[in-house]
Ligand binder design. Structure first.
Ligand code: GAR
Length: 198
């Protein structure tokens, strides 16, 4: 059984998609051992609790500096002995120590077709604002391995989504989630759990 730790910062709809895929048999051979957030108010933590999964907050506000927070975050992740760490809307830069501890074992969902609209400053709604501003007709989502760069690791899966006339960032974000993110993130976890994409 692949032990998965999911890291979240916000609403947790991608976490929900993972939990639903496990319950529905679309992901086999994997279990979510814990959900960890940097944000105490993240609704994702409620979703984990409702599912009977340990829901833990490690907030930078509780530490004197970034280095202390990074150490605490890594220690917390290690407690659950993950085989795979899934960044599902985790909007904190992953400390290099964690990447060294789990080489090739951290994956991230990003709401664009990398290499478009990714890197420093592109997260959440900002990605969709930038896509609309540029006037692209197609966007999408990407699941990739995490390396020491920002959104630069090897790509696992991508799915394209149409941009429609009159889209707002919020409408586009929702379509990208529904049509791409909630599908390819569970699919990537299932492939890794069943060793078909390494
Ligand atoms: C998702 O759209 C995810 O792709 C994005 O944050 C959102 C989290 O939503 N992640 C990034 O932008 C990472 N650079 P959720 O909490 O409802 O899953």
């Amino acid at each position: 059984m692949l032990r998965v730790v999911v890291m979240v910062s916000g609403g947790g709809t991608n976490l929900q998609a993972i939990l639903d895929a496990i319950d529905g048999g679309k992901i086999t051979g994997a279990s979510v051992e814990a959900v960890i957030s940097n944000n105490r108010g993240a609704y994702a933590l409620e979703r984990a609790k409702k599912h009977g999964i340990p829901a833990v907050c490690v907030s930078p506000k509780d530490y004197e500096d970034r280095a202390a927070f990074n150490r605490a975050l890594l220690e917390k992740v290690k407690e659950y002995q993950p085989d795979l760490v899934v960044l599902a809307g985790f909007l904190v830069t992953i400390p290099p120590e964690m990447i060294r501890e789990y080489p090739g074992k951290i994956i991230n969902i990003h709401p664009s077709l990398i290499p478009s609209f990714c890197g420093v400053g592109y997260y959440g709604l900002k990605v969709h604002e930038a896509a609309l501003k540029r006037g692209v007709k197609v966007t999408g989502a990407t699941v990739h391995y995490v390396d020491e760069g920002v959104d630069s690791g090897p790509i696992i899966l991508q799915k394209a989504v149409e941009v429609k006339e009159g889209d707002t960032p919020e409408i586009l974000q929702r379509r990208v989630m529904e049509e791409a993110e909630w599908k390819i993130l569970p699919e990537a976890i299932n492939r890794i759990a069943n060793e078909t994409c390494r």
